[in-house]
Design a protein around this ligand. Sequence first.
Ligand code: NAP
Length: 284
Amino acid sequence: MTAQLIDGNAVARTIRAEVAERTAALKARGVTPGLAVILVGEDPASQVYVGKKVEACQQAGMHSVLERYEATMTEADLLERVRALNADPAIHGILVQLPLPKHIDADKVIETIAAEKDVDGFHVASAGALMTGLPGFWSCTPYGCIKLLESTGVPIKGKHAVVIGRSNNVGKPMALMLLAKNATVTVCHSATADLAHHVRQADIVVAAVGRRNTVTADMVKPGAIVIDVGMNRNDEGKLCGDVDFATVKEVAGWITPVPGGVGPMTVTMLLVNTVESAERVAAA
Ligand code: NAP
């Protein structure tokens, strides 16, 4: 069996077109969705990520602000900037790019972002809202995975999903989102005794580990949907995921490639959350 490819670029394009329509509708009512991105320091990967986020906002017709600061910026100055953006009515979403320089407490910065502008979904209030089913913002990478799953047309409800990884930004919210969609969820991690045993039971596998070849063909139930969040480098230095794509695609029913799977969805869901935030303000 050869799996059907879940094309993250195509799903992202469709969702971004919807975001552009929602943005145009808001603008017609006098509200332009606005995202502020703060980058502290010179981390090369972070510079690429923030550039993509700002560019995506502009393409969707949104207002975006990129604030760049030296790595020597004090925590107090950063907190002051976040508070100013909290109070700025032109800004509906605030994102502070991680990692921050070591002298700055990232948790403190994130908790200073107003929960109603936490479009990255990292605030404790956003995590609590996801946990309790209250309205909040779902964090972008797992939310993107849900959209990829939905794009297959296969119902999530009633399926057994195995999430590999339990980080606060991917694994744990992913498990809660799948639960919210009425899947039965197993969460595996580095202390899981027999990973293959659990993965073999799964109708849906989400791998968020950061180690290539964590999921191999012998571990996958025929026809399963496999979502690969991992971003690693292979021996040739090429980007690859946590899943052994070449062999797993012969067993799975659906599979995301790396690159071109989960990656394009993270920025897309940031746009979705920002337009959603502006719609909430417009409706208030
Ligand atoms: P993380 O914080 O390092 O978490 C990794 C998780 O994998 C941990 O829960 C860890 O278990 C578990 N793990 C490690 N070795 C394992 C093993 N042998 N068997 C089972 N579980 C194991 O990483 P993360 O931030 O969640 O990111 C995971 C991957 O996704 C990385 O490659 C990252 O680059 C990628 N990522 C991609 C995107 C995107 O947009 N495409 C976004 C975010 C992250 P313990 O909890 O027991 O340590």
